[in-house]
Design a protein around this ligand. Sequence first.
Ligand code: FAD
Length: 395
Amino acid sequence: MQTVANRPFRVVIVGGGIGGLTAAVALHQRGFEVEVYERSSKLEEVGAGLQVGPNGVKVIRALGLWDQFDKIAFQPVNQVSITWDDASLRHRTPLKETATRDYGAPYTTLHRAHLHGLLRDALPAGAIHLNANCVGATSTGRGAVARFADGSEVEADAVIGADGIRSAIRAQLFGADSPRFTEQMCWRCMVPMERVPTRVGPGLSVELPHGDYSGWIGPNGHVICYPIGDGSVLNIFAGHVTDQWVEESWSAPSSQEELLAAYEGWNEALLGMFRNVQHVYKWGIYDRDPIPQWTKGRVTLLGDAAHPTMPTLAQGGNMAIEDGYVLGRSLDRHRDDIHAALKAYVDERQPRTARVTLQSRQQFANNRKVPPPPFLDRTWIFTHDVTKEPEAQLA
Ligand SMILES: Cc1cc2nc3c(=O)[nH]c(=O)nc-3n(C[C@H](O)[C@H](O)[C@H](O)COP(=O)(O)OP(=O)(O)OC[C@H]3O[C@@H](n4cnc5c(N)ncnc54)[C@H](O)[C@@H]3O)c2cc1C
């Protein structure tokens, strides 16, 4: 594939997270020359579990990665909602049996590092550059340039800012502003499955088989637990309402003691699991208001850099995965007109991601109500298939 300058069409992606790597794989598969520049000294994903919903799985399938993905992902059997204090059952909804039928693909949970590794391995050797701290990117007449803290520069036909919630590229394109603290923080940890109770609630009346996904909901937080990988480990996301996030960083090491103190008075079965966790980290949850435009010239944004989203619908990463696929298709479709390509990309992605960001906030607000209303319907998120041409998506 040649550009007007008669050289291969080259795309530089800043940020080697899930969004940047998905975009890189999608572009590579369509014949673009693609390079990823990542600030960290090694490629890794912080935090343990990730839920990849049917909409994200459709992208994985379209990239030809399903067989390998299926080996590293778990499909929870039921989604169970439990009250925080006496562990009584609010509802139990089949998930594994219905997801493909109702949404067109399975609902999956896996270790972030495994997904990251899968995407990385789908790229050519040498495509990822580490220790590359980007400080900004600008369009030139016929190309775009990304600049790095060490003074180096790289040129490309397009630069993609996939550099996360504190994106340097976003700050340069649209001005520096701070993400919004959402009054939610969370602890993230894992527990071996053999330490997880299979019966909880009044008189141990509620069955909690090890393959289920459970959400404990209370007035000042909710705790989401799901198996990952081969099902031998339970991933825990313990969300907590607070206006007290004082750490400078948005993630920090924590401890079992701190976790237990925050959930004092919650059901003993849950606290028993907490007593068996190791390596507890805490996170402040931030997001930003949706913005109408992500592009300036030949530089655009993707994933959390464009639309950081609360994890209450577990969709931030899925949206980044979808973005990556759509970016690849748009550049491919409009390969002679990069401005048309980036416009098509943002036109397709902005409305959907904005709606997901705002509904994630709404879900958080709902979780705080007593009693909490039913979980927001995510059918419109799950049934969507970005791998279909935009016209077919409307059908
Ligand atoms: C607690 C929690 C739970 C979540 N659970 C889920 C879930 O279950 N499902 C889901 O879909 N989403 C979930 N999310 C959201 C999801 O993690 C993010 O939306 C997703 O990681 C965004 O991917 P990204 O590639 O856009 O950004 P990131 O994952 O933030 O990656 C950005 C990359 O850019 C690099 N970088 C940053 N700055 C620079 C720079 N200046 N130069 C070069 N490189 C740079 C970073 O090192 C990083 O590797 C959760 C989020 C949180 C906080």
